[in-house]
Design a protein around this ligand. Structure first.
Ligand code: NDP
Ligand code: GDR
Length: 332
């Protein structure tokens, strides 16, 4: 049975990736800081996890602890490592720069070293969750694998360090290591402190009469938003490929936050303009303005393409929140 080690297993992407790997017969070893916590039990209860839960083992470790990571990788001896663990919120990275650098860069060095040590015994393939944030606010569009990196916040600076570490290990030691440069991807499993889910949950709650408005930060950004469930398949294709490489994963289409507001509020029959306030408290010291990915390399080389459109994505997120709000109300 093939073994995969997934860090960040309790996160949005970790949950979809775990379901996908379990469905294909993998033994999944998940790294989390809190295997007894609410996020871990939510993961274990997912319809795509519950029937296979005997093949999911959760391990308690902080990825910033090099000794713990080395022990875990040696013990699990995985065929594949997916490094999804991160402090993944951009605004938070300004408030906690050292913690962000530790989780998003130091932890990657720990994992790469552990993977390299394992290659004395067996082959291991390594996936790193890189990000469109590495491009900053680029001067050219769309962004592809050759677009210059220009990180504009502590999150992106740490992820840029990790991106180069992955290349160092690939070039220097021949490690099968890939960077997936993923543009924003969302789902009903996205926490509500990211703008998509904040808006879809607010639309559902406002429609149910539970609140009147939602308060956002800077509305000038445009993003290339895709569906997370599809993006984890691109990660798997990278590790199943013949040669290791870096790939942009995106839809190729960009939208404004106003498009997002319009789509979400229309879904519940409301006009967003009557319900949105702004507060500079939600703004960041620097803002990444416009991002649009060019997914032509991944389509050509790995045959992956985003299928869910922006309108479908917003629709499925709003519908999930409408159901969730109704279930919470009937439980009260
Ligand atoms: P989440 O924030 O949902 O999940 C990340 C997980 O990392 C958390 O659940 C947390 O788990 C774990 N984690 C955080 N710090 C540590 C640490 N020090 N040691 C061990 N585990 C830690 O992120 P997503 O699922 O949205 O994203 C997955 C990865 O992809 C992240 O690296 C993110 O930066 C990157 N990415 C995401 C994009 C997106 O649009 N979603 C786009 C591009 C890149 P726990 O609390 O259980 O330990
Ligand atoms: P992002 O996602 O910063 O792109 O990082 P987020 O949803 O947080 O912000 C998108 C844009 O919306 C603006 N915005 C707000 N954002 C939040 N969170 N809350 C608000 O109230 C709000 N109002 C406006 C933001 O300023 C920004 O311009 C995500 C994360 O998943 C990263 O880990 C990942 O690397 C990138 O996507 C690609």
């Amino acid at each position: 049975m093939k073994r995969a080690l997934v860090t960040g297993v309790t996160g949005q992407d970790g949950s979809y990736l775990t379901e996908s790997l379990l469905a294909d017969g993998y033994a999944v070893h998940g790294l989390t800081r809190d295997p007894a916590g609410a996020k871990a039990s939510a993961l274990q209860g997912l319809p795509g996890v519950r029937p296979h839960v005997d093949r999911l083992t959760l391990h308690a470790a902080d990825a910033t602890d090099g000794a713990a990571v080395a022990r875990l990788v040696a013990e699990v001896a995985p065929d594949q490592i997916y490094n999804l663990a991160a402090q993944s919120h951009i605004g938070e990275s300004f408030k906690s720069p050292a913690g962000t650098v530790a989780a998003n860069a130091l932890a990657v060095a720990n994992l790469l070293e552990a993977a390299r040590a394992l290659t004395d015994r067996q082959e291991v393939r390594f996936y790193q969750a890189s990000s469109s944030e590495l491009f900053g606010s680029p001067e050219t569009a769309p962004q592809n694998e050759r677009t210059p990196l220009s990180p504009q916040n502590p999150y992106a600076s740490a992820k840029t360090c990790a991106f180069h570490l992955v290349r160092n290990y690939r070039d220097g030691y021949g490690l099968f290591a890939c960077n997936g440069i993923l543009f924003n991807h969302e789902s009903p499993r996205r926490p509500p402190n990211y703008v998509t889910r904040k808006i879809t949950l607010a639309a559902a709650r406002i429609a149910a009469g539970l609140q009147d408005s939602v308060t956002l930060g800077w509305l000038g950004a445009t993003r290339d938003w895709g569906f997370a469930k599809e993006y984890v398949e691109a990660m798997r294709l990278m590790l199943d490929a013949e040669t290791p490489d870096d790939f942009v994963i995106a839809t190729g289409v960009t939208h404004t936050i106003e498009d997002l507001l319009a789509a979400a509020f229309e879904r519940v029959g409301l006009d967003w303009r009557a319900h949105v306030k702004t507060d500079p408290a939600f703004e960041r010291p620097t803002e990444v303005k416009n991002l649009r990915g060019d997914p032509s390399k991944v389509e050509r080389v790995l045959g992956w393409r985003a299928e869910t459109t922006f309108e479908q994505l917003v629709g499925l997120m709003v519908d999930a929140d409408v159901k969730r709000v109704a279930a919470e109300r009937s439980a009260d």
